[in-house]
Design a protein around this ligand. Structure first.
Ligand SMILES: Nc1ncnc2c1ncn2[C@@H]1O[C@H](COP(=O)(O)OP(=O)(O)OP(=O)(O)O)[C@@H](O)[C@H]1O
Ligand SMILES: [Mg+2]
Length: 327
């Protein structure tokens, strides 16, 4: 399951994404966690050394390698230059699975508590004027578009704050989106904005309330987000201690907060995967990107890279039309 954690700045996206990932991994699920925010805090929240993570190879700097790896020997993508962040896989492309080993994972991912972690890399001064945050996140979009995950595997992406997440087709790359929401007007405002955009794309969204102090807070959220409210986390001593550098085993999180993580996991699994929709939307956003800027730059019609009946899904793991790194 591909899962996004979104919401207003400071609402608790990184905190809940890391706890979700750690809980799922502790229960034995294969888990991948990706920091796709401009402010990179997920490594620290997972208990990794943030400085080492910032120094290490990051996805955003490996775009050309990622493209070269994923295009494999797909004849419709003869070079990395002709691959956009939206270019979908087709026959000959390399597909990814959560649990495999491949050169890409070995180079860019680190492992902690059974979680495979990678970051897009922050926005550094050198980027000003020459690159943008969206091109870095493009590396994640490409990987998600080539990743065959199952219901029992979780790919957790910590997203950029607010509605910035809609600047590309990324928001459609998830089986489920969890919007973290404090009991404030600004936080529910972000939910309303998100739900508005997402409605046209049939995006599954659930709200997880956060930093809830009392029944009034819950009532406020119910009033503003209605049935979208999946559950809520109270202010947590565990999180506070973690913030001070004492990251305990995830089982030590308060029982009621663990229950919310479990409910979120079950919600995602129950919603299931819709590979046909995933593929259709990948094609739709690739056509848009090709028409908007890709074709001009490439000098050819990149929409021709789309193989309409190449639908991503588990069936491809058992065919000869595509390869994954594990073989
Ligand atoms: N349930 C909670 N109980 C106590 N503190 C919390 C809780 N959730 C989050 N916090 C604290 O709130 C602050 C913001 O949380 P976090 O960094 O997870 O938010 P974010 O949405 O990822 O922020 P940003 O937009 O900056 O990425 C942190 O100091 C975190 O420790
Ligand atoms: Mg964050």
């Amino acid at each position: 399951m591909k899962l996004a954690f979104v919401g207003k700045g400071g609402s608790g996206k990184t905190t809940l994404a890391s706890l979700f990932a750690r809980r799922a991994a502790a229960l034995g699920h294969p888990v991948m966690a990706v920091d796709a925010d401009i402010n990179q805090h997920l490594a620290a929240a997972l208990g990794l050394d943030p400085e080492a993570a910032a120094m290490g190879p990051v996805l955003g700097e490996r775009m050309a390698d990622i493209k070269d790896y994923l295009r494999g020997d797909n004849p419709l993508i003869p070079s990395a230059e002709l691959m956009l962040k939206t270019t979908p896989p087709g026959p000959g492309s390399r597909l990814l699975t959560v649990g495999e080993t491949n050169p890409l994972y070995e180079e860019v991912f680190t492992e902690t508590e059974g979680i495979r972690f990678a970051a897009t890399g922050g926005f550094v001064d050198d980027d000003l004027g020459v690159a943008c945050y969206h091109s870095k996140v493009g590396a994640v979009e490409l990987m998600l578009n080539h990743l065959i995950d199952t219901r029992d595997e979780f790919v957790v992406v910590d997203m950029v704050a607010g509605a910035e997440a809609f600047a590309s087709g990324m928001f459609t790359r998830f089986d489920h989106t969890f919007l973290v929401c404090e009991p404030t007007l600004r936080s529910v405002g972000v939910y309303k904005q998100y739900a508005g955009y997402a409605a046209d794309y049939d995006v599954n969204i659930a709200v997880i309330g956060n930093k809830i102090d009392d029944e009034d807070d819950v009532e406020f959220l119910r009033e503003h987000v209605g049935d979208a409210l999946l559950g809520w986390c109270g202010r947590s001593r565990y999180v506070k201690a973690a913030e001070r550098g004492k990251v305990g085993p995830v089982e030590e999180l308060e029982a009621e907060n663990l229950a919310v993580l479990d409910a979120a996991r079950e919600r995602a699994r129950a919603a299931g995967k819709d590979w046909a929709k995933f593929t259709r939307q990948a094609h739709e956003f690739h056509r848009k990107a090709a028409a908007a800027w890709g074709n001009d730059r490439a000098g050819v019609d990149l929409a021709e890279q789309i193989v309409s009946d190449f639908v991503l899904g588990e069936h491809l793991l058992h065919t000869e039309t595509a390869s994954t790194g594990c073989r």
